[in-house]
Design a protein. Structure first.
Length: 213
């Protein structure tokens, strides 16, 4: 059986991004400064900025987003801005960096050879929007399905939305299922990345690796 290419998942959280890469065909190893008891793959607790990168075919990084987010910035005291540090660290490798709108990441190809995309849950038929930026070391095709915000998304934080959808209890569990991260619990659900995003990214990353061989 062919060996899966290895992907290092830095600032891995509870593993939503990791699951997408796994479904795309990668062996995934996660690293986070905090314990991640629900992470579904091999996990190492440690500093993502100093973890050894050797032995991996690709790197994914989701550095802290709080100080880039317009919605959370007033709560973000003490959260670092690490995107520039991560970009410097991964140069010369195959990489993906993910963050929230407002972060200094590209959302399309540029004349300077940068690559990026903005993804939304509605592009993948999910009942969540959860816009996220992905900048990559490899080209990405323009996604063929634009955001479709005509249908109201699932919103576990809003009482009228819960009533509309018949959700009486365990609202966050419904939200986790809507994103496709059923194994994630508690507050981490609100920070999760739908695996559909990174499965789409990962399939294109695999094609890039195959082309380089």
């Amino acid at each position: 059986m062919p060996t899966r290419p290895r992907l290092l998942d830095l600032f891995c959280g509870s593993g939503g991004a990791a699951m997408g890469y796994h479904r795309a065909g990668f062996e995934v190893v996660g690293v986070d400064l905090h314990p991640q008891s629900h992470y579904p793959f091999e996990f190492h607790q440690g500093d993502a900025l100093t973890f050894p990168l050797e032995g991996f075919d690709a790197i994914h990084a989701s550095p802290p987003c709080q100080d880039y987010s317009k919605a959370l910035r007033h709560f973000a005291t003490g959260y670092p801005r690490l995107i520039e540090d991560v970009l410097s660290m991964v140069q010369g490798r195959n990489w993906v960096i993910e963050n929230v709108p407002g972060a200094p990441l590209w959302t399309s190809d540029t004349l300077w050879g940068d690559h990026g995309v903005l993804l939304c849950g509605s592009m993948f038929g999910l009942r969540v929007r959860r816009h996220r930026l992905f900048q990559t070391s490899f080209p990405l095709p323009v996604y063929s399905l634009p955001c479709d915000h005509r249908k109201a998304p699932l919103n576990p934080y809003n009482a009228s939305s819960r009533k509309r959808d018949g959700i009486e209890s365990h609202a966050m569990d419904h939200y986790a299922r809507a994103m496709g991260i059923e194994w994630v619990k508690g507050r981490q659900i609100g920070e999760g990345i739908p695996p559909a995003y990174t499965q789409w990214i990962g399939e294109r990353l695999l094609a890039e690796l195959e082309e380089k061989r």
